[in-house]
Design a protein around this ligand. Sequence first.
Ligand code: ADP
Ligand code: MG
Length: 252
Amino acid sequence: MTKGNTAPGTDDALVVLKNVNKHFGALHVLQDIDLTIRRGEVVVVIGPSGSGKSTLCRAINRLEAIDSGEIAIDGRPLPAEGRELAALRADVGMVFQSFNLFAHKTVLQNVTLGQIKVRKKDKKEAEDRARALLERVGVTTQADKYPAQLSGGQQRVAIARALAMEPKVMLFDEPTSALDPEMINEVLEVMQQLARDGMTMVVVTHEMGFARSAANRVVFMSDGRIVEETTPDEFFTNPRSDRAKDFLSKIL
Ligand code: ADP
Ligand code: MG
């Protein structure tokens, strides 16, 4: 199976974390994290609750500041604030577990707003792109509804909204965890298609089927550390650490 459309090489690093540390008070939530995500790569992050997966995603988007170490996106260090930070955030699309659509805007407005404000597109161009993206995620008929009126599909709109910014990398933090069972596959299918289209993706998920079929690499975290980093085949058939074995025995 082809996973992504770029063969990951050594010089095409898109997201680089070097020796990243982060504390919440006494809790050492990210410990010496070294991680490189290459263009076109799909990296699935797995681990028990509380192991630091969300904090890792939030650090990459600088929703959380780190205490030490370095994070760079496409060769540029993460800016601390201001316009540069806004530009960086536009390069890093994020989809959270909880729906984070603007409740008082229509679906179409949700997908055009950032394009107009941050990417400086005109309204027509933004709307054309939004409609194409809504079609891509399968919610074409709902463009004029408000998020609360959508029967499911909110997470797919959230994905369309993130894609509208033309991100270099997409971060997904348990995007299907809050969904009704019948909605889960629809979202996973959109993500599978994105992966096939070559999008660089970091995906925190407990959906092991997705990890097996879409991931180039699995990163297993426990207690703020990356404990294993390997191919999905290797991880699921031959986990090396006791912590990974224990985790897999509970979820598989
Ligand atoms: P995961 O996503 O793997 O479940 P998180 O990154 O959400 O883990 O959390 C890792 C640890 O950090 C947990 O113990 C959590 O309670 C703690 N934590 C997360 N966010 C904060 C915060 N803003 N302040 C204090 N502790 C936090
Ligand atoms: Mg989390």
